[in-house]
Design a protein around this ligand. Sequence first.
Ligand SMILES: Cc1cc2nc3c(=O)[nH]c(=O)nc-3n(C[C@H](O)[C@H](O)[C@H](O)COP(=O)(O)OP(=O)(O)OC[C@H]3O[C@@H](n4cnc5c(N)ncnc54)[C@H](O)[C@@H]3O)c2cc1C
Length: 507
Amino acid sequence: METTYDIIIIGSGLSGLICAYILSKEGYKVAVLEKNKQVGGCLQTFVRDKRIFDVGVHYIGGLDEGQSLNQYFKYLGIRDALKLQKMDLDAFDTIGFDGDDTVYKMAQGHERFVDSLSQQFPKEHLALKNYSQAIQDICHKFPLYFLETDKPYPDNFKHLEINAQAEIASITSDPKLQAVLGGNSILYAGRGSSTPFYLHAMVLNSYIESSWRCVDGGSQIARLLVKQIRKEGGAIFKQKEVDQFLFDGNNIKAVQLTTGNTLNCKHVISSAHPQQLSRFVRNEGGRLRKAYLNRIQRTKATPAIFSVHYTLKPNTVKYINSNYYNNKTIDVWNTIENNAKDWPSTYLALTPKTSTSAIYADSLSAMCYMEYDEVKAWENSFNTVSNQFSRGADYEAFKEEKANMLLTQLYKKFPQLKGNVLNMYASTPLSFRDYIGCPTGSLYGFERSYDDPMRTALAVQTRIPNLRLTGQNVNIHGILGVTVSAVLACAELVDREKLLTDIVAAT
Ligand SMILES: Cc1cc2nc3c(=O)[nH]c(=O)nc-3n(C[C@H](O)[C@H](O)[C@H](O)COP(=O)(O)OP(=O)(O)OC[C@H]3O[C@@H](n4cnc5c(N)ncnc54)[C@H](O)[C@@H]3O)c2cc1C
């Protein structure tokens, strides 16, 4: 007899895997369907010149004892097995600017954060204390962020409607400090005209609490979760791309793969980019309202990224236990707008942590914004490990030119790279589009906006009674953000109170 799954989960990114673990642990028969050869979505890694590179996740916040991600990971049974490197206590992130030799340091722990930046901005000690308090206060408006499970949600949306740039400017009038506090805005694709303060605060606060690199890459998180899911009886199928839903009345009765095969199910949770919903429902019979689908199609995406992994000659460049964010100017809230005319307006550079050397880095990774239009000429190509297709010599030449341009910028701040780069491996918005399934290769899914917060966030529940959504478009992006999104999706199918109690009680 054909198997019927209680729950089919589309996508094996962090949110999909967490849903699979929770629901199989709760006794459901679960299957995860992943279109790629490797599980993990943004947690995937790849190897070049025997070096391991992260596609997405470069560092994680909030993993110290008593902090929320630590508690979520304990519940998932993966915390103790993670191979992590705690980042520099005095500087998990460093912020720099062209034409300024000072490196501004963001330290771990709120007190240390305030004290350390106060040394660089002596007149701004009170402002920094107020900033630290303001980001913590707004995070407390989201009960699951700090696992404050008894706390009700606020009864209005005022906390979602604060503009990040304006709020920071109201806390300090020092333009350089404003720029430093927004200097790592690539972390949340910050844009002065739209970014809400809560988004800035949730991302920054989690790193200020504590910052960690995954040793030998973030795919270990996905691998550990897969083990946990299998232990609970869940199934994970790779290279299974969902193409459409088949209905029985209002409910989905099966999902059909691109191969034409079908899998029967009672419920579906999708972590795929919401723009795929139109494809999944083919909208026969108006199962999802046109207005809803149109809103999803029209919602602005966060920008796309160009990333380059530079492999290094052995034992030449020292590992750096901090990230470095460079900004061309102090106009950090317009880096997305300024990118086309002054590329790259901002970049992140970091040395991944490996288990092979305590002293040296074997590579340096850098990423910066890239407009999708720059790669539009090749948009009809599709290239992943399981579907290898060359986009052509002109595409390779384009990548090489850009990687060299970025390297020229990097030399200014990292002169130790000169003469020590072996090879460059670049990915463009098309790589992210093809691997992750987000149109235009957007970094973090939908762009959130303070002036219309409801339009730019999606609910877990949909009009199809047995279809729920999870992932970075439902809550916010990032490891903690999507973990919470998975808990929110599962809380619709299991006893919410029990689930939260179990998470809080996990040891
Ligand atoms: C370059 C980059 C750097 C980042 N750095 C960090 C960082 O340092 N720290 C941090 O906390 N966060 C970081 N993030 C954000 C974080 O990685 C993501 O927010 C999070 O991992 C997203 O998880 P997800 O489950 O929502 O989706 P995804 O990881 O995008 O997973 C979705 C999955 O669905 C699959 N899929 C899509 N369509 C289908 C289909 N039709 N059928 C079957 N499967 C399908 C995809 O292949 C994918 O595996 C970064 C993101 C990027 C892109």
